[in-house]
Structure formats: structure tokens, C-alpha cells
Design a protein around this ligand. Structure first.
Ligand code: KIV
Length: 270
């Protein structure tokens, strides 16, 4: 059986050039499947706002939503390292508030670490949460919670200056104590430069092959969420159409009376 990875192991993997993988999960059943796989880490991402709750973005997601989804994931995946996203509004008011909400994710959501979005400007918040004893994953590049400030869901760090800014963000977050940094939607060269600049592992999503680990949204990678499929998503399966086909076959068989047949029905004792 897989053994839960610990934070020093992630750093050692970076030093040894060994890559690791992370995937999102938002419920018990999927978490238990991930737990039986070789994927080392689960992210209970606030992408659940779109994937589970049908919102257009992540901003409306609340602490209660996050805790509600983190709990069953922790129950389903006891052998997988679980990171819970701090939702928008849970760490942008004060350091005290950020620590309070990070404590809630740990104590009520049973996660192993929290993730929050932002560069240099959130480094003091990261430092406060880390000093409170809570492991933090940072998230730079395209930060969906503040996508409107970035001009939409666009590739970040496309110029030398912008890439250098991201390197500085990463260094500030490392100095603040983040033990890993998610880099979203940047050119391969920017992902490479950030990964080379920091000693903590980077986890790329649309940030090229040089990052130390990779993360994907599960429902994207298995073809279940087709409202928008970003270029960086590789579809390892296409189960959306398979599910629709199963549902249509079921509906047709109920309508034409072929389901349930004798093999799915009970007789009576004479
Ligand atoms: O919420 C999420 O799923 C994320 C990933 C896109 C990294 O933050």
C-alpha cells in the first residue's frame, strides 16, 4: 500500500530530479481511487466552485464549501498528502483571519497543508500562516481568484520582465516558508526559470516539463468537464461520453421495457 508522502521527501525528490504528481479530488469516492493510485498528492482545489457547484469561477467558494469537500477527501485518501485551497476572501483581510481560516481547514477539513494564491504581496500572509505551524503551498502565475485583475484567464510571464517578476514572487514565497509553489499557465521558459531559482518544489499546471511536479484537475483529465478545456490539459480518458451513453441506454431500456429483466429481479418462494 502507498505511504503518505511527507514534506521533506518532496524537497529530496526535487534534489534528486524525481518528479511527482498531484490531482484534484472533491469527494470520498474519487479520493479513495486516487489513494489506490501512484499519484502522490491531492488538491482539494477551489476549482470545485466550477466543477462541483456550477459557478463561473472560484470567487464565490466559501470556507464552508471547502471544509465540506475536504473532509470526505481526507476520509477517502488516508495515504495521500492532501492540500486544501484557501478560498477567496479567507486570507485577504488580515493575517489573524488567514491563520484562523487555515486552522479551520486543518482542524475541520483534516487536510495536511493549505494553498493560497498570490506573489510577493501575499508573502507576509504566507509567513504568518507558516509561523502558526501550518504548511503552505503558494500559487503564482495565473491565479484564478484574481484573474480579472490579470486581464482574464491568460498565459502569464510572457515577457522577460514578467517572468523575472514571477521568479521574484517565488523567491519571496520561499523565504516566507512556503514548502511548494504551484505555477499556473506560464511559458515553459518561465516555469524552468522559477523552478531553477527556488529550492522548494514547483508544481506546474500549464508551466512546462521542467517543474518538479505536475497538477491537473481530475474532471478535465478524464474528459468529464467540457465547458472549457485549457490547452495545458491532457485528456487521459474520455469518460464524459461513456457516461452519457450509459444513461441513454438505461433510459431507452426502461422506456422499451427491457430493463429490468429476470436477471435483475427477484422471484417469490412458493
Ligand atoms: O483549484 C484548483 O484546482 C487549482 C489548480 C488549478 C492548481 O488551484
Amino acid at each position: 500500500m502507498k505511504k503518505k508522502i511527507v514534506i521533506p521527501q518532496l524537497k529530496a525528490m526535487k534534489a534528486q530530479g524525481r518528479k511527482f504528481s498531484m490531482v484534484t479530488a472533491y469527494d470520498y469516492l474519487l479520493a479513495s481511487l486516487v489513494d489506490q493510485s501512484d499519484v502522490e498528492m491531492i488538491l482539494v482545489g477551489d476549482s470545485l466552485g466550477m466543477v462541483m457547484l456550477g459557478y463561473d469561477g472560484t470567487v464565490p467558494v466559501t470556507m464552508e464549501d471547502m471544509i465540506h469537500h475536504c473532509r470526505p477527501v481526507a476520509k477517502g485518501a488516508p495515504n495521500t498528502f492532501i492540500v486544501g485551497d484557501m478560498p477567496f476572501g479567507s486570507y485577504n483581510i488580515s493575517r489573524k483571519d488567514a491563520i484562523h481560516n487555515a486552522n479551520r481547514l486543518m482542524k475541520e477539513g483534516y487536510v495536511d497543508a493549505v494553498k493560497l494564491e498570490g506573489g510577493k504581496t501575499v508573502a507576509p500572509i504566507v509567513a504568518a500562516v507558516v509561523e502558526a505551524g501550518i504548511p503552505v503551498v503558494a500559487h503564482i502565475g495565473l491565479t484564478p481568484q484574481t484573474a480579472s485583475q490579470l486581464g482574464g484567464f491568460k498565459v502569464q510571464g510572457k515577457t522577460d520582465e514578467a517572468a523575472q517578476q514571477l521568479v521574484e514572487d517565488a523567491l519571496a514565497l520561499e523565504a516566507a516558508g512556503a514548502f511548494a509553489i504551484v505555477i499556473e499557465c506560464v511559458p515553459v521558459a518561465a516555469g524552468r526559470a522559477i523552478t531553477a531559482a527556488v529550492s522548494v518544489p514547483t508544481i506546474g499546471i500549464g508551466a512546462g516539463w521542467d517543474c518538479d511536479g505536475q497538477v491537473l484537475v481530475f474532471h478535465d483529465m478524464v474528459g468529464m468537464f467540457d465547458r472549457f478545456v485549457p490547452k495545458f490539459v491532457k485528456q487521459y480518458a474520455n469518460i464524459g461520453p461513456t457516461i452519457k451513453e450509459a444513461l441513454n441506454t438505461y433510459a431507452r431500456e426502461v422506456a422499451d421495457g427491457t430493463f429490468p429483466g429476470p436477471e435483475h429481479s427477484f422471484g417469490v418462494n412458493k
